[in-house]
Design a protein around this ligand. Structure first.
Ligand SMILES: Cc1cc2nc3c(=O)[nH]c(=O)nc-3n(C[C@H](O)[C@H](O)[C@H](O)COP(=O)(O)OP(=O)(O)OC[C@H]3O[C@@H](n4cnc5c(N)ncnc54)[C@H](O)[C@@H]3O)c2cc1C
Length: 429
């Protein structure tokens, strides 16, 4: 069945997932003239308090602003330069080996989500704490099975615990890397574990005063700096993000391979939220911050209490298509690229902008939604490939960082980012 045979204006559209892609695609559906829009979000009501940092390239921000998916009301910190440091004896910051441009704005997930959520019309039925259990294509749309009841039987009046079933003209899968919508459309797709983890945290600015190595000024790194502190087998990225209350937090993401005794089962997609890390994972982080990083950057990471550290294993995949009948994918449900690409949130927002254009064009131009899938699929594949290429020198096959200088780092980066897609590909209009 062609995806674009639906009458978009007045259509009954479901969005599964209410994060960045979910809010943005619900907005896209509204702008394209959908009738009823229902967002099903598994998590409870407190999404706005969650999340740490994400970065948006200045050029992508400009395009997304023009498309109506970002604006200056979303609090950000302007970054300009990324400084690369290696450990060098007791030098607090280490030795700077290179400085590269970094034209990105940094955001905190929570305030960004809150702004996007606030842009949805009041008529949107946004149901938090409502997991979608299963998705099934039907003759003229798709059916969603909600809650814990049986997915069949009760629907036919055959008894068993109650299961709610809702039917829609179109279902947008914005339910992230473990998407049930993608599972329905492309059950063969399996996210692939890349072999390493990201340990993550964010330190409130006031806690940084506890770091006071002799000989350093009180603010040893400029607000516009993004730090890449590199070590054998990995690196940490640090930059400031808004805290949503007018101040800053120091956001950090440390990538490296976990120890063999970490007891992790990562063959199926998983994540370790704050408070669930094993002792082996905490010890490994301590080892890296004490023995491999320059003292100041390692100390900054250790200011994050263990119960606040969380882990994101690295997975990547691309769905073969973004559309299957009345099912449409967007954001991480369709493609996950490793975060080295600096483009995960941008990709989700671009998907929404492209989907809006396709939904608007669909009644006049048969194939508009399939064209959405083709164009966004090409972008998704580019970003996945970029993530894999960047992962090699940054984590999996790190060079002798101490032997590199400005020219060495520049050529390492340009060899890995051959496509120039760092921060996301330009949005096709
Ligand atoms: C609470 C939260 C905090 C985050 N914080 C950060 C961050 O600090 N930095 C960063 O770079 N990225 C963060 N991310 C991830 C980031 O949002 C995504 O990688 C990227 O923006 C793409 O977003 P997405 O909406 O496609 O996917 P996701 O953000 O993964 O959103 C998927 C959504 O779908 C929901 N969902 C999943 N399955 C179901 C189901 N069966 N039924 C109903 N709902 C379902 C999930 O609860 C989630 O809200 C966060 C995601 C979440 C959910």
């Amino acid at each position: 069945m062609r995806t674009d045979s639906i009458p978009v204006v007045g259509a009954d559209i479901a969005v599964v997932g209410g994060s960045i892609a979910g809010c943005a695609t619900a907005l896209a559906a509204h702008r394209a003239g959908a009738g009823r829009i229902t967002v099903f979000e598994r998590a409870g009501a407190h999404l706005a308090d969650r999340g740490v940092g994400l970065a948006v390239h200045n050029s992508r921000y400009a395009e997304l602003t023009a498309a109506g998916y970002m604006d200056a009301a979303m609090p950000w910190v302007q970054l300009t330069t990324r400084r690369w440091y290696v450990r060098e004896g007791a030098a607090p910051l280490g030795r700077q080996i290179a400085a590269l441009p970094f034209p990105f704005r940094s955001y905190c997930w929570g305030p960004l989500w809150q702004e996007l959520r606030g842009r949805l019309p009041a008529t949107t039925d946004f149901r938090t704490g409502t997991p979608v259990r299963e998705v099934r294509a039907t003759a003229n749309g798709a059916a969603l099975h909600l809650g814990d009841g049986p997915s069949s039987g009760a629907a036919d009046g055959a008894g068993g615990a109650p299961s709610t079933i809702d039917r829609f003209d179109l279902v947008i899968g914005a339910d992230g890397y473990r998407s049930v919508v993608r599972e329905a459309a492309f059950p063969e797709v399996r996210p692939r574990y890349a072999g390493y983890l990201a340990w993550r945290g964010a330190v409130p600015a006031e806690r940084l005063a506890a770091l006071d190595p002799p000989g350093l000024p009180p603010e040893p790194w400029a607000e516009e700096d993004c730090i890449y502190a590199v070590f054998p087998g990995g690196h940490v990225i640090l930059y400031r993000i808004p805290d949503g209350r007018g101040g800053h937090r120091a956001n950090w993401v440390l990538y490296t391979t976990p120890p063999a005794d970490a007891g992790l089962r990562l063959d199926t997609p998983t994540s370790l939220p704050p408070g669930t890390l094993t002792d082996a994972l905490h010890s490994h982080l301590r080892h890296v911050t004490e023995a491999l990083l320059p003292p100041y950057w390692g100390g900054l990471i250790r200011l994050t209490p263990p119960q606040e550290v969380f882990i994101q294993p690295m997975y990547d995949f691309t769905a073969p298509r973004y559309t299957a009948g009345r099912l449409v994918l967007a954001g991480d449900a369709a493609t996950v690229a490793r975060p080295h690409t600096g483009g995960g949130a941008v990709k989700a927002l671009q998907d929404a902008a492209a989907l809006e254009a396709a939904l608007l064009a669909a009644p006049e131009r048969p194939g508009a939604l399939d064209a959405y899938g083709a164009e966004r699929g090409a972008t998704g594949r580019t970003m996945v490939e970029l993530g894999r290429r960047l992962g090699r020198p940054l984590v999996q096959e790190t060079p002798d960082w101490g032997a590199l200088d400005q020219t060495g780092v520049e050529s390492l980066w340009s060899a890995a980012d051959g496509s120039g897609a760092f921060g996301g590909r330009a949005l096709q209009s």
